[in-house]
Design a protein around this ligand. Structure first.
Ligand SMILES: C[S@@+](CC[C@H](N)C(=O)[O-])C[C@H]1O[C@@H](n2cnc3c(N)ncnc32)[C@H](O)[C@@H]1O
Length: 303
């Protein structure tokens, strides 16, 4: 039975990072909203771990350059998409399920003059509304954790990729130490579903027709990043309370602290070198790639 998507839409409609929060932050900085540059948004529009450095690394693994047409799955407010367009001059199409985020992404991209390179479509990653072979690369950051049917989603990514195109993504990875109760709470509190191990992802990727999968463990880096991120959310307290209410602020603080605790305990992501867990650079080639086709696709996963 397919899982309902309403909880994840609701989760992001009540998230501390939003278009309104970004615009308010820019106003407080005294920015002229009629004359914004992409760089003006960078401190506010990246809803993943590791900021622009992580997008840069992901883009390199995906082989992005000025000739690329990139699909960003679970694109959020299109912060990473705008960075890729600015950094490499690539065309980027983002897909996000949440209508507020998709509309906000479009407005923010237009506001910084990137409406021509960055397009955002409201859609479910499990049924991508694009023709086959439409993209040279697919990327995703901290979004697949919310998508129930990862096998179908990866098959969709494979379908819309050109033969030889690359997929690179980062995601939460569950270790064997993650308990059933903790897994359930992540689902109920953070709309995190069907969390995978690296081995699980490798099997799913192979099933979707990707080869040569590589994975990179980023959990050690993520611990420091997540602690800072918890502080960042706490720094947004006044904003979040004004926008979403004290109860939602308290709820989010509690669930985020729970999540960070799981990573610190090695339950989401492992520090073991012998087993790639929380992050991965999964490198593949689609089945059927020939020598004359472009280089090996890469998926970079982390949790
Ligand atoms: C943590 S945010 C990451 C956003 C963006 N990748 C970034 O790094 O800024 C996860 C995003 O996934 C989106 N999402 C969740 N489930 C989805 C689905 N089934 N299809 C498309 N987007 C989805 C959410 O709406 C949310 O914007």
């Amino acid at each position: 039975m397919s899982r309902p998507l309403a909880p994840v839409v609701a989760f992001y409609s009540r998230h501390p990072i939003s278009e309104g929060q970004i615009v308010d932050a820019l106003r407080r900085q005294g920015k002229d909203l009629e004359r914004l540059a992409p760089e003006d948004l960078y401190d506010f529009d990246q809803d993943h771990y590791g900021g622009l450095e992580a997008v840069e690394a992901l883009g390199q693994r995906a082989g992005i350059d000025a000739s690329s047409h990139v699909l960003d799955v679970c694109a959020g407010l299109a912060g990473p998409a705008r960075f890729m367009a600015r950094r490499w001059g690539a065309r980027v199409t983002g897909v996000d399920l949440n209508p507020d985020r998709a509309a906000g992404a479009r407005r923010l991209s237009a506001a910084v003059g990137l409406g021509g390179l960055v397009r955002v479509v409201r859609a479910d990653a499990q049924t991508l509304p694009f023709r086959a072979h439409a993209f040279t690369a697919v990327v995703s950051q901290e979004g697949l954790l919310h998508v129930p049917d990862k096998a179908t989603t990866l098959a969709e990514c494979r379908r819309v990729l050109l033969p030889g195109g690359r997929i690179a993504f980062s995601d939460w990875i569950a270790t064997a130490r993650l308990g059933d109760g903790e897994r359930r709470r992540l689902g109920e509190w953070m709309a995190a579903v069907t969390l995978q191990s690296i081995q699980g992802y490798k099997a799913l990727l192979a099933g979707a027709g990707f080869l040569a999968v590589g994975a990179e463990d980023l959990s050690r880096e993520w611990i420091a990043i997540l602690r800072k991120r918890l502080e960042m959310f706490r720094g947004l307290r006044a904003d979040t309370v004004a926008r979403l209410g004290q109860a939602r602020y308290d709820e989010y603080d509690q669930l985020y602290a729970f999540f960070v605790g799981l990573v610190e305990a090695g339950k989401l992501g492992s520090r073991s070198r012998s087993f790639l867990t929380s992050a991965g650079s999964l490198t593949f080639t689609p089945v059927g790639t020939t020598r004359s086709e472009p280089p090996l696709p890469v998926t970079w996963a982390r949790s």
